[in-house]
Design a protein. Sequence first.
Lengths: 212, 207
Amino acid sequence: MRPDEPTPPDLDDDDLDVPEPDAVADASERARAKAFAELIDKVVSGRPPAAVPSEAQALLETATALRATMRPVELGAARRASIVEAALATAIDRRGGRIGASVSGSLPAVVPITAAPRRRAARAPWIVAAVTTLVAAAAVTLWLRDRSDRGGPAPTTTAVAPLPIEQTSRPADDVVGRIPRERAGAALDRIDAIYADRLNGYRERTMAGGTR
Amino acid sequence: MVSEPASELALEAEERLIRQAQGGHLDAMRPLLERYAPPLYATVILPRLGNAVSAEEVLRDTLATAVEKIDRFTWQGKTIYPWLRQIAINKIFDVHRGTKRARRLVDAISAELPTETSPEDSADALLIADQERARHRVQIEATLGAMPERYRTAIELRLIGELSRDECARRLQITIGAFDVLLHRAVKSFRKCFAEANPSESSPSPL
């Protein structure tokens, strides 16, 4: 192979002779060296190239591996979390698939996390049936008690005095009144007025010995 | 990376999480995966692949396989890290299988397998990772020491020191173009020297 021939993609670099450091480089070697230097720029700046020309791949891997050993390598927290999440999802998917495929055989001892919602869904009809039965039993019990109480004294009715208007739920229109355009932004004042009005009703009721 | 001996407490917690995972709560593996992902990436996978993108893929696949096959792991009072590392080594082997470099890599990885049952299995995961990094570092430093000085300097300035190309060229009193050529040849030379010095050693695989 002539020195100016490009490196065949499949040729292992270990098979090539390495020139002496001071040997003159031809144009082809300079071009390959420049392209390699630009790839190294990306690696050093933390932006490893996604696609690498095949003739540079082995050397770039060597440089990256060398750096990984001689320098501290960081796997960022976000990247790590993302990889762990993806790994868990993949594993759960795979185990779920295996369960589906092995129904006729022996099931694995571990139930995947994704199987939990399906298990709940399978239980739903039984839960509905149980609740319906309980409600029906309670209704029958109440009906029987009602029949047994018919012979007793008539129930007494208590007259409830109507509450004063300030102790009831009511619109705040009277408190706020019509809002002039220039006061449209003073919502806090209106809220304070409503709060004070409601607080008056509360005080009257609690001080009169009533319940909340 | 700071190494500390695995405390009884840490091992107990690790065992409890593994038991939970083996009992079906796969999510219990999450703290273990988050703890061991960085040393696996930095000291096992990336140095053997030399490609950050592929390394992340192998790491993800390694962790997924570990979770999927957690039933096969037998707790023996030791950290799960060597088991994870073994899975990672197998994945790396798969990545390189069929490539032109496979032959040498198979040799290298095969030579590495016996270390999996060594006494260091009982050590803390980070200690194992540190030992592994130190072993690789010794090999690399020995190789650099055997290279022509200008090649060694080019690698130290640019790849290890991370100086800019301009600065490297200035320090070596050559043009940037000449430095590019020097670094290109230096990495080639390193690759060749390393392969000659470590024909079947456990080594960063792309070397």
